[in-house]
Design a binder for this molecule. Structure first.
Ligand SMILES: NC(=O)C1=CN([C@@H]2O[C@H](COP(=O)(O)OP(=O)(O)OC[C@H]3O[C@@H](n4cnc5c(N)ncnc54)[C@H](O)[C@@H]3O)[C@@H](O)[C@H]2O)C=CC1
Ligand SMILES: Nc1nc(O)c(N)c(N[C@@H]2O[C@H](COP(=O)(O)O)[C@@H](O)[C@H]2O)n1
Length: 272
C-alpha cells in the first residue's frame, strides 16, 4: 500500500535534506551545505532500538520503525538520488530499496547501491530489488565491488551472468580500490558522483554505518536522521558502535539537533 507523509513533519525535516534538484517540493533549505559538484551529499539514516541495535542478529530483518517513521524513511528516499546498504543487509533483508510514497514515479526513484567488495551477493531475477525494477517501481542496483574481484573470484562465470542480469534492467557493477576488503568512503562517493549521484542515504547495516563513523571519514556525513523505537533488542544484536580510532578519543557529537516525536518513535536529526 502507498505511504503518505504529513506535510507538517516534512517541513520539520526539510533543513536536513540535500539541496536536491529532483525535489518537487520546497524541501531543501538554504542552510544545507552544498558541495554536490565535488561529491554527493551524504545522509546517514537508520532505525535503532533503545540499545542502539539495528536488528536482533546479523541475518535477521527486524522491523523497528512504526508506520509514520517508515513513511519518513520513504520521504527521505524520495529526496535522495541513491540509497546505500551493505551486502549483508541485501542478503538478510532482500530489500526493495525504492520509494513507496503515494505518487512516487520512476524518475523520482533512488538508485540502490550495494557495498559488496567480494561480489558475494547472488542477485537474481527473484531478488526483490530486481522484481521492483522489472515492475517499473524502482531502479536496478549498482553493486560496488573491489577492483580485482573478478580476476580473484573463482566464480567468474556467475559474476558475469549477474552482470548481464543487472545490465538488462539498467544496473551493473562498479569497481573501487579496496584494502583488506574495505573501501575508502571518498572512493565510493567519487564512483557514485561519476554515475551522476548527487545525494546518497546510507541506511546500514551495522558494519557500513560503523565504518562510516570511524575516524575522519565521518566528516563526509552531512546529515544524520535516526529513528529510535521504544524497544530493547538485547545483547547479540547488530549495533551501531564505531571503533574509537583516535587516542585520546573525542566522541563525535551532533550539532543543530532536532528531536521529533513521530508516532511511538522519535526521530533525531542533526549534523556531524
Ligand atoms: N534498522 C535499520 O535501519 C537497518 C537494519 N539493518 C540490519 O542490519 C543487519 C546487517 O548488518 P551487518 O551484518 O552489519 O552488515 P552490513 O549490511 O553492514 O554489510 C556488511 C558488509 O558490507 C560490506 N562493507 C561494509 N562496510 C564496508 C566498507 N567500508 N568497505 C567495503 N565493504 C564494506 C562488507 O562486505 C561487509 O561484510 C541486517 O540484520 C539488517 O536487517 C540494515 C539496514 C538498516
Ligand atoms: N527505516 C527503517 N526502519 C526499520 O525498522 C528497518 N528495519 C529499516 N531497514 C532498512 O530498510 C530496508 C528495507 O527496505 P524495503 O522496505 O525493502 O525497501 C532494509 O534493507 C534496511 O536498509 N529501515
Amino acid at each position: 500500500m502507498a505511504l503518505t507523509f504529513p506535510a507538517d513533519l516534512a517541513a520539520q525535516i526539510a533543513p536536513y535534506l540535500p539541496p536536491s534538484p529532483s525535489s518537487s517540493s520546497s524541501s531543501s533549505s538554504s542552510s544545507s551545505p552544498s558541495h554536490e559538484d565535488t561529491r554527493p551529499f551524504v545522509t546517514l539514516t537508520f532505525a535503532s532500538s533503545l540499545d542502539a541495535a539495528l536488528s536482533l542478529s546479523p541475518g535477521v530483518q527486524t522491523h523497528l520503525s512504526g508506520p509514520l517513521s517508515k513513511a519518513m524513511t520513504h520521504h527521505l528516499r524520495a529526496h535522495h538520488s541513491a540509497i546505500l546498504v551493505g551486502v549483508s543487509t541485501a542478503v538478510a533483508d532482500d530489500p526493495g530499496l525504492n520509494c513507496r510514497l503515494e505518487g512516487a514515479d520512476l524518475d523520482r526513484q533512488p538508485l540502490p547501491v550495494i557495498l559488496d567488495p567480494h561480489a558475494r551477493w547472488q542477485v537474481s531475477e527473484d531478488s526483490r530489488v530486481i522484481r521492483t525494477a522489472r515492475d517499473g517501481k524502482g531502479r536496478a542496483p549498482i553493486i560496488v565491488t573491489a577492483r580485482n574481484v573478478v580476476t580473484e573470484n573463482s566464480d567468474e562465470d556467475a559474476i558475469l551472468q549477474r552482470q548481464r542480469l543487472l545490465g538488462r534492467y539498467g544496473g551493473g557493477y562498479v569497481t573501487v580500490p579496496a584494502s583488506d576488503g574495505r573501501f575508502r568512503w571518498t572512493d565510493v562517493l567519487t564512483a557514485l558522483q561519476r554515475l551522476g549521484v548527487r545525494s546518497v542515504m546510507v541506511e546500514g547495516g551495522g558494519q557500513v554505518i560503523n565504518s562510516l563513523l570511524e575516524g575522519e571519514e565521518r566528516e563526509l556525513v552531512d546529515a544524520v536522521i535516526v529513528t529510535i523505537a521504544p524497544t530493547w533488542l538485547g545483547q547479540g544484536g547488530v549495533v551501531v558502535s564505531p571503533q574509537r580510532t583516535t587516542a585520546p578519543f573525542v566522541p563525535p557529537r551532533l550539532r543543530d539537533v532536532k528531536w521529533m516525536p513521530m508516532g511511538e518513535d522519535v526521530v533525531l536529526c542533526g549534523r556531524l
